[in-house]
Every structure is written in C-alpha cells, then in structure tokens.
Design a protein around this ligand. Structure first.
Ligand SMILES: [Zn+2]
Length: 217
C-alpha cells in the first residue's frame, strides 16, 4: 500500500466516513509492506501483509479470475480513464488488475487494485486491497475507476454505488456493458463489452470540502 494513498482509505463499516490510522512495521520505497490500519471510530483493525490491505474481516474474499496481461487492454484502460497526467490515482476492480503492471508502465499516477487476480502482487505504484464488500475509499477520491464484477449472480448494488461515490467529479468510470450505467454517471462511449462514462459534478459542496480537507474532519 502506497503510503500516500492511505489518506484515501476509509473504514468500510456502517458509520460516518472515517480516515484510518496507519501503523507501518515495514516500509519500502514509501510502500507499506507490513502493518495495520486502525479505525478511530469503531476500533476495527485491518492488516497489511505483503503490501496488501485486507478489509474482508474474515469474510470470503473475492479474487478475480486470472487473465493474461495485455498491453492492448492496458492502453485501452489508460485512454478510457483519461490517465494522461500524474495527478491523483486510478482504481481497477477485479480482473482489470491483470493489466496493472502494463498500465503502470504507461501512466504516471499510482494505481489502486481492488480484489485483483491472485497472481497480481503489490509493487511500486500498485496498491492492493482485498474486500468482499463496498470499496473502502473516500468519496471523490479516485480520478478514474474501472468496474469489474467477478460474481455476476450476486447483488452488486452496494459495491457499484461505493465505486461511483469514490470517483471524483468529472472522473471517468468504465463498466461492463451488462451493467446499467448508474444515475450519477453519463455515458461518453460504448462498445459491445464496455461503457465509458463521466461522473457528474458533485451535487453537495460538502463532499468537495471534505475531500480537500482530509484529516481535519
Ligand atoms: Zn470503523
């Protein structure tokens, strides 16, 4: 977990949004390899092991099926998500994580992987979260997000809603064509497999204030 991205993490438990207190036991190149994140509201602790933060709290983990890394898919992702500068961080859910190392070589921003395939390891510029539930990310924290839902028979409403909420105003979201585009997004483009959409400007100015003023709320 890249230490600068810890600011964007939030306790996923059902209480008011709370940042997490980091306790790093092993830090290499500003990436936490071993440590703990603690919630000051509910006292939950989330372990970081081999660079991976585990928010699953003992629940069954979602692990995306392994797919071969593809430079072409990584290039599509970079274009879909508009990753043309070093600002912020991009978020890839599920099987998209298979292309993260290729993507990392093409873009300048850090990348957050949510429940990637098991053979994708945390690395400089690549941070990994395991969570079976909603994304533990602050509202409006990520510049662009690619949705993948590995478990298509499940109920994904909460997970999709948390992904949309985590995307900043004007940020891009890519999703599977089978998923209806959430109301907060408007479609930019579509092919047989995916749609690309843009997050509407935030409706509540409070969300923006909170995002710019992290740590003092
Ligand atoms: Zn908590």
């Amino acid at each position: 977990m890249f230490i600068e991205l810890v600011d964007a993490l939030r306790c996923p438990r059902p209480h008011e949004e709370s940042w997490l207190v980091v306790s790093a036991e092993r830090l290499v190149a500003r990436h936490i390899l071993e440590g703990t994140l603690g919630c000051p509201v509910c006292m939950a602790e989330y372990a970081i092991h081999d660079g991976v933060v585990d928010f699953s709290a003992g629940a069954r983990q979602l692990v995306a099926a392994s797919v071969p890394p593809s430079a072409e898919q990584a290039m599509r992702l970079a274009a879909f998500l508009g990753l043309d500068d070093a600002q912020g961080f991009a978020t890839l859910m599920g099987a998209w994580g298979a292309h993260a190392i290729e993507l990392r070589g093409m873009v300048d921003c850090p990348i957050m992987l949510i429940d990637p395939p098991a053979d994708v390891d945390a690395a400089p510029g690549l941070s990994i979260i395991r969570t079976a539930g909603p994304l533990p990310l602050a509202a409006g924290s990520t510049r662009g997000l690619a949705i993948d839902l590995p478990d298509l028979h499940g109920d994904h409403a909460e997970r999709v809603a948390s992904a949309v909420r985590a995307t900043r105003a004007k940020g891009r979201v890519v999703g599977p064509a089978s998923l209806p585009i959430p109301a907060e997004l408007h479609e930019l483009a579509r092919d047989e497999q995916h749609w690309v959409a843009e997050r509407e400007a935030a409706r509540s100015p409070l969300v923006t204030l909170k995002r710019r003023d992290q740590g003092s709320d």
